[in-house]
Design a protein around this ligand. Sequence first.
Ligand SMILES: [Zn+2]
Length: 246
Amino acid sequence: MSTSVIQTRIVIAVLLSCLAVWLPVKVHEAAEVAALPVHYVPTNERIVALTYDDGPYPLYTPKLLHVLKYYHVRATFFVIGERAKRWPDIVREAARDGHVIANHTYTHPAYFEYLPPAQITQELSCTQHIIYDLTGRRYGFFRPPKGLVNHNLAATARADGYQIILWSVSADHHEAKTPEEMAERVIRRIRPGSIILMHDGRFAVRWRDVAATPIIIRALKERGYRFVTVPELLDKLRLIEKLRAK
Ligand SMILES: [Zn+2]
C-alpha cells in the first residue's frame, strides 16, 4: 500500500471518529435545550403574560408603568442588573405596582451562552441580589439576552436552579415599524398561554413598545384575554404537570 493511501485512510478514520463523537453530543444538546426553556403555557384559559426586557430605562419605563396602571395590568420585567442598580427607584415603583421583577443578567453580555459557567452564575446571582434588595422578592427564572440558549447555558441554569423563560409572540420585528403594526403582529399570533416579548430599555426606539402597549391591552381584553405575570402562568404549568402525573 502506498504512503498516500495509508495517509488518506488515517484521515478518513480520524474524521469518522470525530463524527461519531460529535453526533451524539449534538443530538443530546438539542434535546436538552429544547426541553428546558418555557415559551408558553398550554392552556385553554384566555390568559397571557406581557414581558418587557432590557430596562429599567428612565425615558420609557415610568411611562410604561403609567399605562399598565391605567389598565390595571400586571407585567413581568426582565431587568438588566446594572441598570436596576443605576435606577433603583424605577424598579421599586414597578414592584410596588405589583409587577414581577425578574433576571435578565447583570451586564447583558453578547454571547452570554458561551461564557464560562462561573461567569454565568455570577451574572445571574448578582442580579438576583439586586432584585431582592430592591423588591424583597426574587424568582427562580430568568431570560437570556436575545433568547439565545445552548447546552452550556441550559446546564448552568439548571444546576443553579433557574428555569429559562423565552416567549411565543414578539412585538418587536423589523417588519413591524409602527406601534400599530407591532400590536397587529401580537394580536394575529396570540394564543391562550402566550408569553409576549416587548422591550422598555436600551434603545431610543422603545417609545414604540410603550405606544403599542395600550393598543395590545385593549385589543386582547376585547377578545376576552386576561393578563397575568410569568410566575402566575408557570403556576398553571405546574398544575398541568400535576394532573398529568396522576
Ligand atoms: Zn435583552
